[in-house]
Every structure is written in structure tokens, then in C-alpha cells.
Design a protein around this ligand. Sequence first.
Ligand SMILES: Nc1nc2c(ncn2[C@@H]2O[C@H](COP(=O)(O)OP(=O)(O)OP(=O)(O)O)[C@@H](O)[C@H]2O)c(=O)[nH]1
Length: 306
Amino acid sequence: MKSEYKFGYVTIIGKPNVGKSTLMNRIIGQKISITSHRPQTTRHRILGIHTDDQKQIVFVDTPGIHSVAKKSNRRTINRVINKTAITSIDGVDVVCLMIPASGWTDADRHVLTALKGYKTPVVLVINKLDKLKSVNDLLPLISQSNELYPFAAIVPISALGRGSNDNVDHLLDVLTTHLPDAPPGFDEDQITDRSYRFLVSELVREQLFRRLGDELPYATAVEVTEFQLEDKRALINCDIWVEKDSHKAMVIGKKGEALKQIGTAARLNCERLLERKVFLELFVKVRSGWSDNARDLYSLGYDEGV
Ligand SMILES: Nc1nc2c(ncn2[C@@H]2O[C@H](COP(=O)(O)OP(=O)(O)OP(=O)(O)O)[C@@H](O)[C@H]2O)c(=O)[nH]1
């Protein structure tokens, strides 16, 4: 291994819906983190690993840091999310703070406040470049950003990869300059340290969000109760936890149609992930108040990184 090989940890933070998961999926080149048009779909800390000839970058994708002070956000689940986001800054080599090309909002400044006090270099990533009419529109935003914080670099990108100049490779180069000289810490073909079990629960949850959109209550969780990986097939059962009978009816849909669609779409994605035939069974269960009950949250897997 060449001595100048770079290895390190990078965390991507930013307000919900800014495009963090999209960027990570783009860099890792495989779908491991769920994305949706609805804010705050990422509840877990997810690790993705980019490896090439010169570098290995381990990405920690965090949920949006958002204000616990707001009344609507006072629920236990949001406190757990905030704690996960803040702890993930400790021990990384670079922080990527992502804001949209439309400019700074109060929520973005709030994230900036959370960063003060850390010595870790912060690279400002301005995303959704493709939404700007002209690249010249960026100049005032860049000078405003330089006044707000001593960023290690400012890199405009388009995480969706629209347009010929999305700048994502340039971002990787910039991040690499802040990583220590070290050999890779993970096997070359390893893209995530998360178990397939976890990824499967994320794929099911993604379909719940996609099919039910805004109707889906935030307090919905997926627990994999059975996971048998055989040579040519996988047998998987999941419980979908909701808080009320009315939510259960919504997830199941008329004559079970919604749940059937969710199951089919999730199964196809699971087959792609696991590269074998998948038999997936979904069960909808009601556990009232689970999202307010910290112990239930931990038992459903929301304790990672906290
Ligand atoms: N036009 C455009 N849309 C983008 C770009 N990057 C992401 N998006 C869209 O923005 C939305 C949110 O993206 P996500 O990657 O889920 O955002 P996130 O920051 O991970 O969101 P949370 O999980 O809620 O924290 C999705 O609809 C993406 O397709 C971009 O470069 N250009």
C-alpha cells in the first residue's frame, strides 16, 4: 500500500430534505440510504464507505439537526435523533455541512450554531446547483457564507447528478485533503457496516413513505422479526409498528391493497440488495405511544450511535 493513501471519517449534516442521503447514495454508488421528498426520513446513522486507489472515506449520514426548542419537536424520538446527529460529529476528520443553493435559512444557521465549539474542519457543500438559473447567483451566497463561518472549503454540487458539471468528484478530492495518511480501515468491497437486516428494514420503511406520503404518521417503525439468508433465497418477516388502529387501517389500505403494493416494491428492492429471491411478509401492529417511550425506541433499534 502506498504511504500517501488517505483514510478517514466524514459526516454529512444539514437540515432535513437538503439532499444528504442523495449525496451519499451517489458517492457510494449503491442505494443504502433511503431518500424521499418528505423531510426527515433518515432516522438512523448510516455508514457508507467509498474506496478507490488513493483513498477510503467512511461516511456517516446523519438525520437533520433541528431545534428541540420547537414545541412540535419535543417528542422523545426527536431528542434521540438530535443526540445521534451531534455525537456523530465527534471523532470524524471532516464535517460536510450541506445547505441548498437557494440560500441560508434559520434552520441552517441553527446547524451552524451546533458546530461551533468543534475544531473539526467544516466543508460547506452548497447543493441543488441545478436549480439555479445562473452560476453567478452563487457569488453572493459564497461571500455571505465566508462571513458566517471559517469554512475549510466551499463546494457547490448537484447531488442528483443533473447537468454535466455536478462537482461531486471535486468534493471527494477536497474532502480527501483533510484526511490523514493511513491505510484503508475496511475491506475494499465493503460498502456499509450495517447488517442486511437493518438495510431491509430501511427498504420497507422507504416504501411506506413513498406509498403513503404525507398521510403516514411519523410514528411508524419497521422491525425485522425473521431473517433467514439461504443460498438462493431469503425469508424475511417484518412488523410495521404504528400508534393507532386508524394508522393500521391506513397502512393496510382498502382490501389490503396498500400493504400489498408496499410489500411488492420492498421485496423487489430487497432482491436487488440481497441478489437472491426474497419472500417477504409484512405484519402491521399497534403499540400505542411507542414514539414517546424511550425504552420502546431502543428496542426498535433507535439507539444506534446514541
Ligand atoms: N434538484 C435537485 N434535487 C435534489 C438534489 N439533491 C437532492 N435532491 C432532492 O431533495 C430531496 C431530499 O433529498 P434527501 O437526500 O432525501 O435529503 P436528506 O437531507 O437526506 O433528508 P432527511 O433524510 O430528511 O434528512 C429529494 O427529493 C431529492 O431528490 C439536487 O442536487 N438537485
